[in-house]
Design a protein around this ligand. Structure first.
Ligand SMILES: O=C(CO)COP(=O)(O)O
Length: 255
C-alpha cells in the first residue's frame, strides 16, 4: 500500500511563537499513525519544529542542488537534513511563477535531495489558461518528465508528486474530486512509463489547492489520491488535524 501523507506548507507565514504553539498543539493531539504528517515551516523555524515535534515529520519548502559552497542564501540538502528535515518541496508553482524557477533547476534539486536521503515532494500543476486552452496534459507531462529526468528507477522510491492546479491554490476553488483524480491517473501513467509498474504504484501522489476540512474526505477517497499538500488550512491546527484524520480514514475506507 502506498504511503498516505498530509503535508502542511506554511509558505511565508508564522512566527517563532506561532511555530512553538503549533508544535505544542500537535504534541497534545493524537496523530494518526497510519499516515505521514509533515510540517513545512519557513526555514528559520525548521530546527525548533523538528527538535520538539512528536509523531510528525518536518519538511523544507525549497532546497538548492549543490552540497556546499559559495551560494549565498541557499540551503543544501545536507543542511536541511542536519536540522531534522525528512521531506522537501521542490518546484512549487509559487517558486516557478514568482522566483523564475525552471525545469532544469527543479530536476537538479530533485536529484540532489534524493541523493541526500530526503523525500522529495515534486509539485506540478497547470494554470487556468493552460487548462482552458486544452494544454493540461501537455503541461503536466512536461513538468513530471522534466522534474524526474535525472532519477534512476530506484530513486522513484523517494519521490512524492503533488498535483496542485495553480487556479485552485489559495482561491477556495478546490478541484472537483473527479478533476483531481483524472490528473492523478495521468501522473500515475506517466510514472509507469518512466519507472515501470511496480515503482509507479508505490509513488504517493498528493493533491493540493484549497484543501479544507470540508473538501478533504471526498478528495482523499479517490483511487490515485494519496493525501494532500495543504496551504492555508495547515496554519489552523484544528482544521489541519481534521484533514489528517480524513486521510487516515480513507485507508480505513479501503484504500
Ligand atoms: O500551495 C498550496 C500548498 O503547497 C495550497 O495552498 P492552499 O491550500 O492555501 O490553496
Amino acid at each position: 500500500m502506498r504511503q498516505k501523507i498530509v503535508a502542511g506548507n506554511w509558505k511565508m507565514n508564522g512566527s517563532l511563537e506561532f511555530a512553538n504553539d503549533f508544535v505544542s498543539g500537535v504534541n497534545r493531539a493524537v496523530l494518526p499513525d497510519a499516515i505521514d504528517v509533515v510540517i513545512c515551516p519557513p526555514a528559520p523555524y525548521l530546527l525548533t519544529v523538528s527538535s520538539q515535534i512528536k509523531g510528525a515529520k518536518v519538511g523544507a519548502q525549497n532546497v538548492y542542488f549543490e552540497t556546499s559552497g559559495a551560494y549565498t542564501g541557499e540551503l543544501s540538502p545536507k543542511i536541511l537534513q542536519d536540522v531534522g528535515c525528512k521531506y522537501v518541496l521542490v518546484g512549487h508553482s509559487e517558486r516557478r511563477a514568482l522566483l523564475s524557477e525552471v525545469d532544469g533547476q527543479i530536476a537538479k534539486k530533485v536529484k540532489a535531495a534524493i541523493d541526500c536521503d530526503l523525500k522529495v515532494i515534486l509539485c506540478v500543476g497547470e494554470t487556468l489558461e493552460q487548462r482552458a486552452s486544452g494544454k493540461l496534459e501537455e503541461v503536466i507531462s512536461a513538468q513530471v518528465l522534466a522534474g524526474t529526468s535525472l532519477l534512476d528507477v530506484v530513486e522513484f522510491g523517494s519521490l512524492v508528486v503533488a498535483y496542485e492546479p495553480v487556479w485552485a491554490i489559495g482561491t477556495g476553488q478546490t478541484a472537483s474530486p473527479q478533476q483531481a483524480q483524472e490528473v492523478h491517473a495521468l501522473i500515475r501513467s506517466l510514472l509507469v512509463k518512466l519507472a515501470g509498474e511496480t515503482a509507479a504504484e508505490n509513488v504517493s501522489i498528493l493533491y493540493g489547492g484549497s484543501v479544507s476540512a470540508s473538501t478533504a474526505a471526498e478528495i482523499f477517497a479517490q483511487a490515485d489520491i494519496d493525501g494532500g499538500l495543504v496551504g492555508g488550512a495547515s496554519l489552523k491546527l484544528e482544521e489541519f488535524l481534521v484533514i489528517c484524520d480524513h486521510c487516515a480514514n480513507a485507508i480505513v475506507g479501503g484504500k
